[in-house]
Design a protein. Sequence first.
Lengths: 160, 687
Amino acid sequence: MPRRYGIACATCFVAALITILYGAGLARSTGRMAQEAPATTRSVWDGVYTEEQAKRGEETYRKECASCHGDTLVGGGGAAALTGGTFLSNWNGLTVGDLFERIRKTMPQGGLGKLTKQQDADVLAYLLSFNKFPTGKTELQKRVEFLKEIRFEATKPEAK
Amino acid sequence: MFLHSTNGVARWFVLAGLLAAFPLVAAGQWKAKDTEWPIYAADLAGTRYRPLAQINAGNFNDLEIAWRIKTDNFGNRPEYKLEGTPLMVNGVVYATAGSRRALIALDAATGELLWIHGEHEGARGGAAPRQLSGRGLAYWSDGREERILYVTPGYQLICLDAKTGMRVQGFGNKGAVDLKLNDDQEILPDLTTGEIGIQSAPVVAKDTVIVGASFREGMTPKSMRNNKGYVRGFDVRTGKRLWIFHTIPKKGEFGYDTWLNGSAEYTGNTGVWTQVTVDEELGLVYLPVESPTNDFYGGHRPGNNLFGESLVCVDLKTGQRRWHYQLVHHPLWDMDISAAPILADINVDGKVVKAVAQPSKQGFLYVFDRVTGKPVWPMEEKQVETGTVPGEWYSRTQPIPSKPPAYSRNGVRESDLIDFTPELLERGKAIASKYKLGPVFTPPSESKLDGTLGTLTVGTASGGTNWPGGSYDPETHIVYAFACNACVEPIGLVRAPKEVSDMNYIAGTAGEEVKILRGPGENAGADSPMPPKKRAGSGYVALNVDGLPLLKPPYGTITAINLDKGEIVWQVAHGETPDVVRNYPALKGINIPRTGQETYNIGTLVTKTLVIAGDGQITTTAEHPRGAMLRAYDKKTGKEVGAVYMPAAQSGSPMTYMAHGKQYIVVAVSGGAYSGEYIAYSLPAAE
């Protein structure tokens, strides 16, 4: 028997209230925050992950992500592409930490919470590697506050 | 049981909901006003048109946000793919929202939440092939009672009281019809995990609710056997099944013989997953049917495969077929008929024609007499290339409309490749050289490391025009359709290992591990993964050049097509030039006109004077901060006359209505880091 939440249940009322408040105020501030250029000096073009990490990430990706997003990361149906124009436009101007948070909050869809922060950081390294961002000597950290220091830039800066 | 009446706060909410709704019209036949938006596509004709003029070319730039609602809490996690188009009737906006696919009712002027309803389906919802919030819902009224109908991810048809959001007890089983039952087939393997669902909105016409079916993506099925996507009509008062149409004919039914070797028995899919259109006056329903199992290989289903990729007209009362037209014989390109057919009363050579116009992934607008099913302009069966994939059965011809001309790119040739600079062209050619190229209906090919990796196509899986469909202006007889003009799809076929699929071939790339592609969330967590294979020797190549689209612009367009003449009136690139193009170092100083964007999920809205649609990608320009623009075009000329900022890309098609004398435009935005949100725009009260 399916449960319902209608006007009926108290928790839903709270959820509804939160949504209203969120819709009224928080959403705007989130929107603003997303537009601000993060005050960071590093970008994905500075070698922010290692080859070894990307390899670990690829193994996890193939087990946990590829069944929806595809071996070639092009997505399909409901699953977003993790490469190409729309992917780059979605993250260009944000940070690697924003992408990390999105993964933490929603993935894998069939087993939310299944992956550790380390595994998600590794998968992120694989996404960067697949999208041809250069490797470096240090691994991507699993702490979002550090990842938010790394700008996601779709276009390679001329000097580098 | 349904209302915790001890909860004073909840009672207040009910009261607020009732007060906010306008008094209903007098009992009797209910008729929608053209200041409302009572049906997913505005009306049963699929026009996405309202003759409203308060928002116009002169003031579009003044629009501001009237209200907005995030959908994060309508489910157990936020959703980043909000595709719904809300309805508005009697001052109340109804919408599907959030990862729960909850139903919400909002005050149309303020966005205040009036009620919310959700179904917790447990494992059945978790195993559903089409999850998340879906595209919308249906409204019905007899002038007294008001009902809301929608389909859950787990494939239940739910009927709610529009005033309270509670289930209507007299409909089906306490307000629900289990769509996995009474479907003239046993949904396998069981009711919980059996693959079938739908994400589009049901439609109600003359007290009949019409529901189709959808499945997981069809490129890499585990088996040639799958559940079938029949279409059914239900009584809106009782939930009783009134009729069924077998999209794959049963033995003895018309079309069964187009499935050779008895392949109609086991082949599945072939559903109607997009919006259905109805002519209530003629009593006819227009069903756009998708591809059979599997999308790109038909070796296990020799024959033309009716009613795969056909437009089928059935009787509204009985579901009996009146006529059909197969747009693609023996489908091999995933050219599902993905958009709502559009009903149009037009004048061709001095004669009035009741027509139906079908936008498509392949960029043809197919136009038929909707009474007889005869093409309005000659539709020649033209010889097409047959392929060489072992075991495949090929149709030697395909129907090609003589009018109107194709409105988007539907084949890839060398002349379509990126050519901003000679160096980029060379790099584009190097990528394309790994694929077979050709015009529309160039057949899929085997993926081989020592040959080509497959056929490079456009206007196939993504389209062209996909699920948002087109719009139609009944005053000027013009269809407006967005189309992706650069959504390339490599169609390579690989032999399927027996432990992966019982089909001879499924989609894949030579050298890559052969895998089943799932729908999102479809029991992915419970799967036992196959051991990862080494990528050594993989044939994969990225289909872009440093992130620049492989094909040349325009990447996405809106086209206006005059249906009286079968001619294109205007075409514009839709969407800001992507950042990757504008910021590409080698393109600095080169004047590149607006390119549009390579997205495929953009729907248009037509009003008295404007065509309105948002960008499908995020950009950051001197004119606006990081975000996307909702654009208005002069519908006569295609000239952009205004644009207003959205914090994220348009992910659901816009709609419009009047409330308290004000015109509103509501659009769903989401994607990337931005979770789903409905935003309502209107003009400021004071100058």
